[in-house]
Structures are given as C-alpha cells and as structure tokens.
Design a protein around this ligand. Structure first.
Ligand code: OGA
Ligand code: MN
Length: 294
C-alpha cells in the first residue's frame, strides 16, 4: 500500500497512513518518509500496535540511536537509572503505580513541559524523536509542536539581520536548575559541558532557514547574560505563537515522529496523580553513534 500524507495544520504536520510500523521497510519507503519529514517536520501515525522492541527496530532504520537526557538524569543524586535507548516518558514507577511527587520522574515530566528540542545540549543532537502513546490522562497531557522554519520566516527583517550569525550556548541542566532541581554532583555537572549552536540554522533536507532555540539555550555568546537571555525569551515567544503551533491530542497507539532540527515541542499540563505513559525512541543527527554514551 502506498504511503499517504494528509496535512493537519496550515504550516506543518501531516498524518501518514499506509504503513504497518512492525514491518521492515524498503530503502525507498525510508527515503519517502525522510522526504515527508523534510517537508512536514512532524508525522502522526495512528493505530499502531507496537512493542518496545518493534519501536526500537522501526527507529533504528533511520540512523543511530540517541540516549539523550537519560545520560544526564542518571547522574542525579540518588538516581538508580540505567540509561537506555528507550526513554519512558511516564509518571509510573517500576511497580506500575504513579510515583510520589518528589520522584525524579515527576521532574522529568515537568521539564518536558518547557519548549525544547531534544538533546540540543549535546553534539550531535537528536534528529528524529518518536513518541508512542500507551496511557493517557483524562485531562491535558497533549504534546505541542512549533514550526521553527515558519518562526524564522515570520521574523521582521531587522530581527533577521540581528540574529544572523549569533551563537548560543545550550546546557543540559539549564532547565533543571530553572525548575529548582539542583541535586547533581559536581562531577556530573563537569561531565556535561555546554555546547554551542548557531541561533539561525539551515535545514539540510529542506534548505529552509530556522530558529534553533528552546529551553536548553542559556546564553548568547558575546552578549551580556541579561541581554542574551531576553533575546532568547523574545525569540521563543515569537516562535511559539499559536499560529506556529500544532497540538497533538494523544490516542493510545499513536506514534508521532518529529524533526528536532525543525521544531520545538513541549508536553502540556496534566494531573500528575493520573497515569500518563509514552515511550520515546530517538535518532542522532549523525551517521555514527556517539562513542561515549553512559
Ligand atoms: C519527549 C517530550 C513531551 C510530552 O518525549 O521528548 O518532550 O508531551 N515529551 O511528554
Ligand atoms: Mn522532548
């Protein structure tokens, strides 16, 4: 069956149908999905029964996998996490019950509610994230996506000229410290140095310019801290204006794939005492895996 793409938003996002994600794909199919990602930046695929292993196998066909924040979270004091390629975006503990409010998982859930691009705090960063819905709360818990190409295009000319050539510093713990989560050893902090990214990037697949920002960006090089932070805040506000945003209302069995190089995303608030469970797999924006992952 041929793939079909139905737009879900005037700027980006399409629903993809005609594929059973459990089946291995031909090179042509992978190329077709890559081309659709370059164009739409977010793809929604409904009604996919997927085991964690099947999700990993599907994801691997698009490149080496990313461990992402688990690498950092495992260094939080008291953490017993083993970083792996499957990220459980959940408020459920190992016993299947909702964890206490002071559990590290809750912090992760809340940090995900800030606009970000996955793994922008490392180089290489994330390319595609694939999030699969297992359990949804009765209210809230949607995921929103913002189109950073449209965000760039709609800047006024003066601002475009101002941001051209700027470089920002992204740090894995910036959002955590902002939320009051400072319980990391000095060793952990030293092990996660910030990385630098241009504020304006050109997408390799679409050739479109875009804003590469989000909550991991903590300063702009060559600018005072307050001036740089306020500029980043203003850009983020512009970039995530409602006209640039698609809100995904999860149904169990949905898989949503987004390009972290073209979009920002955030989870929406929900009742933290109700179960919410999503599984994420992620590819690295690189041909080869990261050497040092743990
Ligand atoms: C993620 C993420 C948001 C959400 O999985 O990378 O940010 O809605 N999730 O859970
Ligand atoms: Mn994320």
């Amino acid at each position: 069956m041929a793939l079909a793409f139905t737009p879900l938003h005037p700027l980006f996002v399409a629903e993809m149908s005609g594929l059973d994600l459990r089946e291995p794909m031909s090179r042509d199919t992978i190329a077709e999905i890559d081309a659709a990602m370059d164009r739409h930046a977010v793809l929604v695929i409904r009604d996919q029964p997927l085991t964690p292993e099947q999700q990993l196998a599907f994801t691997r066909q698009f490149g080496p996998l990313d461990i992402g924040f688990a690498r950092v979270g495992a260094k939080r004091k008291g953490s017993t996490r083993t970083p792996g390629y499957m990220a459980n975006m959940t408020n459920l503990g190992e016993d299947g019950k909702v964890v206490e409010r002071d559990n590290g998982r809750i912090l992760g859930n809340i940090a995900n509610q800030l606009w970000h691009s996955d793994s922008s705090f490392q180089q290489p960063a994330a390319k595609y994230s694939m999030l699969y819905s297992v359990t949804n709360p009765s209210w809230g818990g949607e995921t929103e996506f913002a189109d950073m190409r449209a965000a760039y295009d709609s800047l006024d000319d003066r601002t475009k000229a101002e941001v051209e050539g700027l470089v920002s510093e992204h740090w894995a713990l910036h959002s955590r410290f902002m939320l009051g989560d400072t319980d990391y050893t000095q060793e952990a902090i030293d092990a996660i140095p910030p990385v630098e990214w241009p504020v304006v990037r050109t997408h390799p697949g679409s050739g479109r310019k875009l804003l590469f920002i989000g909550v991991h960006a903590r300063r702009i090089l060559g600018m005072s801290l307050p001036e740089g932070r306020k500029l980043l805040m203003d850009l983020l506000e512009h970039a995530t204006a409602p006209r640039h945003v698609y809100r995904h209302d999860w149904r169990v069995g949905d898989l949503v794939i987004w390009d972290n190089r073209a979009t920002l995303h955030r989870g929406r608030r929900f009742d933290l005492s109700e179960p919410r469970q999503l599984r994420r797999t992620t590819t690295l924006d690189a041909a080869e895996p990261l050497e040092q992952v743990a």
